[in-house]
Structures are given as C-alpha cells and as structure tokens.
Design a protein around this ligand. Structure first.
Ligand code: UPG
Ligand code: MN
Length: 743
C-alpha cells in the first residue's frame, strides 16, 4: 500500500478536446480561405483597395490559423498537495518578490495587503522570505510595511487558526463584513479585534498618505530624508526576521529600494526583479522564487504547495522551468466594459498553450526556479553547471563582482532543491547594498542571459520566451479556489495606458533578437508554441492591418469603389461575420459569461487594436529607428473600499483625455461618419458599373457601432467628453483623408 502511494504522481496533466470548437474554428478558416480565393479569381477587380483588403484578410487568415493551432489541444493540470508531504521529506524554500514603483498610482495600503497575504501563506514560515522592491523609494511604502508587519503578528496566527481563505485583510473583511451568531464567542471576539486593528492600520496609513499627520523622517526613516525618487542610494531594511527559524512564526520581510542615479537606465520592472534576485540570493538563496505585482493578493493560501507539486514532481517537474497562475481580478467591473479581464484569453489561449510547451510568463503570479533564471539549461539538470562553466572566474564575469553573490549563485546552479544559506538577512545587508547598486550589472550578463531580460517593456514575455528557447517547459497551475487576484484597470484611461505599453513592448520582442521566430529556428521553441508566441507578440503589428481594414470601407464609400463582392459572393463575408460572432458568443456563454460581456469585448477589441495598440506600435517603431525610447507607464490601481464603490456608480463609462490614442480613434469614427453622410447625400463620385455596394456600408456602420462610446464622447462634457483639441485634430485628419480620397 505504502509503495503504491509512493508511485503516485504529485500532479497530473490532462489533455482534453473541445470538439465543437475545433469544428467551428476550422469552418471559419475555410470561409476565410474561400474569401481569399474569391478575391484571387475575380479578375475584374484588381483595384488598390481590393488588393489592400486581400493583404489584410491574408494576415487575418494567418493569425486565425495560429489561434486555431493554439486552441487545438488544451490541457489542465491537477495537483495533489496532500501527497507532497508523503513524498517530499523537506519542503524547499521559496523567496517571495513583490514589486511596487509609485505610492500614488499604487497606494501603499494595496502593497501592504499583498504582503500580508503572502506572510500568511500555508507553508512553513521558516521556508519563506518576502522581499519588497520599491522603485518609488517612498517612506510611505516603507511605513505601510512596518505597520503591516506589526499587524501581521496577530493577523497571521488568526488566519491559520481559523483556516481563513482570504488572507489579504481587505478582501477578507469585505467578504465577511459582519459575523452572525453561528460562530463561537471566541472567534467573534478575535474577529472584532482583528477588524479594529485592521481599521486602525488603514487609518494610520491613510493619515500619512493624505499628509494629515506628517511622517517624521527620523529613526528608521532618516535615510529617506535625503532621497529623491530618481536619485538615491540603495536602502535595504529588514522589517521582520525569523531569527529562530520557527516554522509557525512569521517569514522574513525585507524592504529594498535599489540605488538610482539620474542618468542611469534602471530597466524598470526587469531591473527591479534582478536586484531582488541578487539580494535574496545573498540573504536566503531559495531555489524557488514567486513574483507578484503589488496588487496581486493571494486568494488560495495553499498555492505554494500546489505549485511545488508541479516543480518537485520526480517525473514531470524536472522539465518545468516555471509555473504560471492565471491573472484574475477581484475588482473587475461587471461585464468587463473595457475588455481588460482576459477571461476567455486565459480559458482558451493560455490553456491551449498549456497543452503545448507551456504558457508564456505573464509577469506576475509565477513560480520560477532560481537556477533557470541564472541561465541553466535542461541538459544541465543532472550534472549542474559545475561540469562546464563551474570556474569561479567565469561565474564572476557573468554574475558580477560580489564574491559572496557568486558563491551563492554557484550553489544555486547545482541541481538541488534543498540548498539554502545559513546566514540571516540582517547579516548580509552590506553585501546586499553592493549588489543592489546601479553600476553592479555593468559588463555582466544580467538582463542579457541571466535574470529578467532587458530591452522590452513587456519584460515578462521576453523572459519567458528566452526560457522556452532553452528547451524548458512551463505549466499552468489553476487550483480551486483560484490562486491570486489583482486589480483590473478601472477606467478607459488606465486600460489604454496598459494596452499601449503591451503593444509597444510586444512589438519590441517581435522584432527583437529574442523573437519567437529566431527562438524556433535557433533555439528549442517547438513549432506550435512558437506560433502561439507569434500570436501574443504580434499585437502591435496587427493594429496596422486593423486600422487599414477599418478605414477601407469608408474609403470605398467616398470614392464609390468596392472591396466586397457583389451578388452571391457577398454572402461569404456576411457568413463569416455572422458565424464568427455566434461562435465567439457561444465560447463566452459556455464559460458562464454574459452576452453583454461578449459584446463589450468584441467592441473593445476593435477599439483597442485600432487605437492603443496602433500608438504602441508607432512608439516601438520610433524606438527601433533610434528616435525615442519606450517608457514603462504604470497602470493605476485603486483601493476599492466599499464607499468608493458607491461613489463610483458610473463605473464602466468611457472617459477621455488628450492622449494620442484618442485622436486615432476619433479620426476613424469621423471618417466613417463622413463616408456615411456622403453616401446618403449622394455626393459619391459616379462610376461605371463597379461602384460601392451594401457590403461597404454594413462594414462602415459596424465600425460606428463599435465606436459608439466615442460617438457619445463627441457630445459628452467634462471627462466624459472627448477634449475639443482632440476633436479638432481628428477633424483635420479626417478632412485631409476625405479630401485625398476625392482627388
Ligand atoms: O519601473 C518600474 C515599473 C513597474 N514596476 C512594477 O511592475 C509591476 C507591474 O506594473 P503594472 O503597471 O501593474 O503593469 P500591468 O499592466 O498590470 O502589468 C502586466 O504587464 C507587465 C508588462 O508590461 C508585467 O510586468 C506585469 O507583471 C503584468 O501584470 C507593478 O507591481 C509595478 O510596481 C516596477 O517595479 N518598476
Ligand atoms: Mn497590474
């Protein structure tokens, strides 16, 4: 019996078929091919718009093939944490990384909650260490963490004693706002005490944030009195230290604000992660690292155990470089008005990738192997790095000049999961300050071959791609309840900032030296995996085709030409639109989403690709041309206490500002409106025979329907209206376009 248990795997991977989906996807592909061949063989119609339409549709067909192969063989992983204790004599250490960068866009109370939820994980506390990177170098964030650590002394035991699931206090207290009589008096008493303490914590943090009580920069805080955000020495503070190594105490908690100098590039989040990797390498050197964004709170306290099932599995585990949990949100607005919750993308695309070489790394909610981050290849598993590159001199060239760090890296590169340092964090502060300096990486492999990669503001995709390129696999971990939840952008403006950043970052990857294509040809990215990476990284480029396809019908109406067939041929694009819509709608309904959710997402796909992605693409092009650099603009996170929600009755309404993305959108809308107007006033140029038909009118109207929130914005006021300057710019552009068409 015991023997049998020994043989049971720690996790299973189950591939499944979505037959109906396969049929529909294939059918849509056939329709696309039919449309393309119709275009090829209708020789009477080789006009410029016709050829442009053909090029765009070829591109769409190509991306459809990619989506189809990505979705073809989805898989789920089932983990068995209860077997872990029988199979693994000693659980390995895990270092927990949290990144924050701006105390205004990322309120410290959010970071404090994330940290509290991590400190309270169901895992031996002497095996955990939590490192917070603060790129904002903010005394407020530090203050919030210090206060949170005091609260943690009570909060963590409370959570563990009563097996609380939600261990970020704000999510717990908003789900359990009052307690009823069925609980024991003891629990009630402790609950009230916790609630009071937490309310007190919020008050304290809010008071200093709103500057009602000035933060005294003395004692622990003195270092902050001489700092500027972009010009300051490294600050490392050990806030909590589990000196006795007890398994039911509190984990270490370390605050790190890496050195910044005004003219030194700091590589945004990737740079921050690399500093945490080195600092933690000196302090705890855990074989595994979990990284989360400051807003991603733990939703399933057993998540580390689930992830360890995959990473420690004797068979599968050795090929798996990282375990990715889905990005899900606790404050998503109903029916996803801005299309930033990605529910279907995870369900269909990422699960699809999970059935191939594995999901891409999405920047947060991922467990990494330290030695893989240090550049290890799967072949080096058994021998470790020692055999080949073990020489200390070589290691120092790659990892930098700190002897202590090189030693720790050397140990990490040995394929063992139970290595660790015996020193305690506060013993290594001086060496840690050295490795967090902004010149430490000069001349080393950091950001190139080691750690999080530089050069793209979507460092996550680049880094994951590089790991897959070396032949590693990755795995999804989707336990029930879900692992982490975070803030989804709550408005159109922050959504646009995020989407623009992704589009430019992904374009950088697409055209960079670590593109999916080179990864496949020169590396070990499998063919279908490379295709799905192609899909992720082509977002910026896709916008060019989408913008082109959106203005083509308007062009045709104005010039009285056509891109769609007439007569029976017109049924091909109509059938495509209808079947595609019904099929995607069913995909939404099948996983419990509403029709409204589906429509919002359809609409936002058109709006986002033609605006934010287009601008993102252009800025990546400027970077590639060496004209300007791309900047990591942080997404705003809002701390949603219940009263803020009440005020926020208009959540989901579109708001606008003067950003260039809105100029593009407004121009596209005005061009369609102008075209439709021209058509109804019968101002079109007359043509013999081949004039514009109903197909173009339908398309143009469809674009207007998708852009309806913009139409409302034209007449809206305040933040709900498109700024006059934007309307003027767009009107001029639209006028130039119409004029150009009519010439
Ligand atoms: O200079 C910087 C900039 C950002 N961050 C942190 O990076 C994280 C992600 O930034 P956020 O603005 O929340 O980006 P999202 O749009 O939510 O990010 C998604 O996309 C990013 C890549 O574009 C990934 O890094 C993220 O993990 C992923 O969640 C946050 O914790 C920031 O504090 C830093 O530490 N330093
Ligand atoms: Mn985020």
């Amino acid at each position: 019996m015991a023997k049998q248990e020994d043989d049971q795997p720690l996790y299973e991977k189950v591939w499944f078929k979505r037959k109906y989906q396969r049929v529909m996807d294939t059918f849509i592909l056939l329709l696309l091919l039919l449309l393309l061949s119709y275009r090829l063989f209708s020789s009477n119609n080789f006009t410029i718009p016709w050829i442009l339409a053909f090029i765009c549709e070829s591109w769409f067909t190509f991306t459809w093939i990619i989506i189809l192969t990505t979705k073809w063989t989805p898989a789920v992983t089932i983990t068995h944490p209860n077997r872990l204790f029988q199979r693994v004599p000693e659980l390995p250490r895990v270092d927990l990384f949290v990144a924050t960068a701006d105390p205004v866009l990322e309120p410290p109370i959010i970071t404090a909650n994330t940290v509290l939820s991590l400190l309270a994980l169901d895992y031996p506390t002497n095996k955990l260490a939590c490192y917070v990177s603060d790129d904002g170098c903010s005394p407020l964030t530090f203050y919030a963490l210090v206060q949170a650590s005091k609260f943690a002394q009570f909060w963590v035991p409370f959570c563990k004693k009563y097996k609380i699931q939600l261990r970020a206090p704000f999510s717990y207290f908003s789900s359990v706002a009052t307690i009823d009589s069925e609980h024991s008096p003891e629990f009630k008493q402790e609950w009230s005490r916790m609630k009071d303490m937490y309310d007190n914590l919020i008050l304290k943090i809010q008071d200093v944030t709103r500057k009602q009580i000035p933060l005294q920069l003395d004692g622990e805080f003195t270092v902050f009195s001489i700092t500027e955000r972009r010009n300051h020495p490294t600050i490392i503070k050990v806030i909590l230290e589990n000196k006795d190594g007890v398994s039911d105490g509190l984990p270490h908690l370390v605050y790190v604000s890496r050195e910044k100098k005004p003219h030194q590039t700091h590589n945004y989040k990737a740079g921050a992660m690399n500093v945490l990797t080195r600092v933690s390498g000196l302090m705890t050197n855990a074989p595994f690292m979990l990284n989360v964004d400051c807003d991603m709170v733990v939703n399933n306290p057993k998540i580390v155990l689930h992830a360890m099932c995959i990473l420690l599995d004797p068979k599968g585990g050795k090929e798996v470089a990282f375990v990715q949990c889905f990005q899900q949100f606790y404050d998503g607005i109903k029916d996803d008005p801005f299309g930033n919750q990605w529910v279907t993308a995870f369900e269909y695309i990422i699960r699809g990738m999970a059935g191939l070489q594995g999901p891409h790394y999405s920047g947060t909610n991922a467990f990494h192997r330290r030695n893989v981050m240090y550049g290890l290849y799967p072949e080096e598993i058994e021998i470790g790095r020692k055999g080949k590159l073990g020489e200390k001199k070589l290691l120092a060239q790659q990892f930098g000049s700190s002897k202590e760090f090189v030693k720790s890296a050397d140990r990490a590169l040995d394929w063992k999961t139970n290595f660790h340092n015996d020193t305690s964090p506060s013993d290594c502060i001086e060496t840690a300050i050295q490795v967090a300096g902004c010149e430490y990486e000069c001349g080393t492999c950091w950001g190139e071959k080691i750690g999080w990669l530089y050069g793209s503001i979507t460092e996550d995709v680049a880094t994951g791609l590089n790991i897959h390129r070396r032949g590693w696999r990755s795995e999804c971990c989707t336990p029930d309840p879900i692992a982490f939840t975070g803030c989804a952008p709550r408005g159109l403006l922050s959504t646009m900032v995020q989407q623009k950043r992704w589009a430019s970052g992904l374009t950088e990857v697409f055209f960079g030296k670590h593109s999916p294509l080179t990864g496949m040809i020169f590396g070990k990215i499998q063919f279908r995996e490379a295709l799905s990476y192609f899909w992720i990284t082509h977002w910026g480029l896709r916008s060019v085709f989408e913008v082109c396809y959106a203005v083509l019908p308007a062009y045709c109406i104005i010039t009285n030409t056509n891109i769609f067939p007439k007569g029976p041929g017109l049924w091909i694009p109509i059938a495509l639109l209808v079947i595609y819509s019904v099929h995607t709608l069913l995909e939404y309904l099948k996983i419990g989403l509403s029709i409204r959710h589906w429509w919002n997402n359809q609409r936002m796909t058109i709006i986002t690709t033609t605006t934010a992605w287009f601008i993102g693409f252009l800025s990546a092009m400027l970077k590639l041309a060496g004209i300007s650099d791309t900047v990591f603009e942080i997404t705003q996170k809002e701390f949603s206490s219940s009263d803020a929600d009440e005020k926020n009755t208009d959540a989901g309404r579109f708001t606008f500002d003067e950003s260039p993305a809105f100029v593009v959108g407004t121009t596209i809308l005005l061009v369609q409106l102008a075209a439709i107007l021209i058509r109804f006033l019968r101002l079109q140029q007359s043509h013999s025979g081949n004039g514009c038909g109903i197909g173009e009118l339908i398309s143009s109207t469809y674009v207007v329907v998708c852009y309806f929130p913009y139409l409302k914005g034209l007449f809206g006021s305040g933040k709900y209206g498109i700024p006059v300057s934007t309307i003027c710019k767009s009107a001029i552009l639209a006028f130039v376009f119409v004029h150009f068409c009519r010439k």
